[in-house]
Design a protein around this ligand. Structure first.
Ligand code: SF4
Length: 462
């Protein structure tokens, strides 16, 4: 059987799928001069091929099927498997229709297809509900799938073959680096699936329970990667890579013992990091850490089931990373139900005070299948599912209008990135004299931004 795996390039803006927003995906559009710059940066450095399709490729190719991939062009094949997303689902269903017109069977995989099969049902021969590997095993055996096919999560993740990047990666990391990431991104790797935490807004934990791979199995995969690529750049896509400190220390030991030359980044919670662990991870190639801060207010976080991390610990870890040479990326969410104008501005100020290398601000988005969705469903006003992209107001907020939320989102990017100290952080300028001068410049720039915004605020109904 000839199979084409489709991870389609988003039509507008910068679209991330696969493991982003648990698989619903996000679409970043330019809406100011600052975000135009962020958009350019993302387009160059944020591409990551789909790890789920790479697993499916390995399973099908391992059974002797011919596997090819595409990010746009229609390809002659017996079967097309399409990675679904919420933010670009119309493009995906149009592509599926074109493939069916050419005589191919079409199936959709991913979180969106699992939770919102009605978006794909008229365009597919089958829809996989759940993590796709168990369904891929059935396909590999020659079992035809139809309708909605439940796919149980694989309990023993070590039993899976390693992803086949040679079959699905349209491009991979090489060339010029920004901080540590090469142009073209890197190879995603999942050392665990799902998340053991309980944040009510999070789509990462709604498809399957939390499971981990053995350290030996992860390092075996990396060793294979190193044989095929010189010093690969690895992006761990676990939402909570350092959940177990001992496991991470064991990982570092095995990478060192096998003399593997890698650079990598991971995502985690700041309360799952300490100085020694950071140094160990840096020693074997850690160059970027991403983490959710979400809000400055512990009370706002508690209301959404998120355990707050003490402010002083967050500041300490970010400062440690700066000293060691690890870049940091903080995630912030604006517009929690208990947020108002002042609390959002306080979160933006907090982002500047913490001073991670990068910050990503999003609007609270109620994703189907999350506890937040149930809570907010009566308030939803957005009818277009593609607008559930993380940057568009989608529900009637109790205290902030849609225009105010959009304004605050724009303000967050401007206030964070349009600071001389931001540039100084990226350039790793730590000289005290220079920093004092940069801080004074920050104040002048902030005053100018505030004056400019005052004019805009008058246009936004308060
Ligand atoms: S820590 Fe919370 S927000 Fe992060 S992945 Fe886990 S459940 Fe989601």
């Amino acid at each position: 059987m000839r199979v084409v795996l489709a991870d389609l390039k988003g039509r507008e803006g910068f679209v991330s799928k696969d493991t982003v927003a648990g698989g619903y995906g996000s679409r970043f559009r330019t809406f100011s001069r600052t975000t135009a710059w962020v958009h350019r940066f993302k387009s160059q450095y944020h591409y990551t091929p789909s790890v789920h399709l790479a697993y499916i490729a390995a399973i099908l190719a391992g059974a002797g099927h011919e596997v090819v991939s595409t990010d746009e062009a229609a390809v002659d094949a017996d079967l097309a498997i399409v990675l679904s997303s919420l933010v670009d689902y119309r493009h995906e269903t149009e592509w599926a229709d074109a493939m069916r017109a050419r005589g191919a069977k079409v199936g959709f995989v991913g979180l969106t297809a699992s939770k919102m099969p009605q978006l794909f049902a008229d365009h597919a021969d089958f829809i996989v509900n759940g993590e796709p590997e168990a369904a891929a095993v059935r396909l590999a055996r020659g079992e035809p799938l139809s309708g909605i096919c439940d796919s149980e999560p694989i309990e023993d993740l070590d039993s899976l073959p390693f992803p086949r990047w040679d079959l699905v990666a349209q491009r991979h990391g090489s060339g010029i680096r920004m901080v540590a990431r090469p142009v073209g991104g890197g190879f995603p790797l999942m050392s665990s699936r799902s998340c053991p935490e309980f944040c009510t807004y999070c789509p990462h934990r709604i498809l399957a329970p939390y499971r981990t791979r053995s350290v030996r199995n992860i390092v075996d995969e990396i060793e294979q990667m190193c044989r095929l690529n010189r010093r690969p750049y690895i992006i761990f896509r676990d939402p909570l890579f350092t959940e177990s400190r001992d496991r991470v220390l064991d990982f570092c030991t095995q990478v060192r013992d096998r003399d593997l030359c890698i650079r990598f980044e991971c995502e985690t919670r700041l309360d799952r990091l300490d100085d020694d662990l950071l140094r160990e991870m840096y020693g074997v190639g850690l160059r970027i850490i991403s983490f959710g801060v979400e809000s400055v207010s512990p009370e706002v976080l508690r209301r959404v089931g998120r355990r707050p991390t003490p402010e002083v610990h967050q500041q300490h870890i970010i400062e440690q990373c700066r000293q060691i040479g690890i870049a940091t990326c903080g995630f912030f969410i604006l517009g929690f139900l208990t947020d108002d104008w002042d609390s959002v501005m306080a979160t933006i100020d907090f982002a500047k005070d913490l001073g991670p290398t990068f910050a990503q601000f999003k609007l609270l988005t109620p994703y189907p299948g999350t506890p937040l969705w149930k809570q907010v469903e009566p308030l939803i006003v957005e009818k277009d599912w593609e607008k559930f992209d993380g940057f568009t107001p989608t529900f009637d907020h109790p205290s902030l209008s849609g225009d105010q939320l959009k304004f605050l989102l724009g303000a967050a990017y401007t206030h964070f990135y349009m600071r001389p100290s931001y540039l100084a952080n990226v350039m790793r300028i730590h000289n005290r004299l220079v920093r004092g001068w940069v801080d004074r410049l920050d104040e002048r720039v902030a005053a100018r931004i505030t004056r400019w915004e005052a004019g805009l605020v008058r246009q936004v109904a308060c």
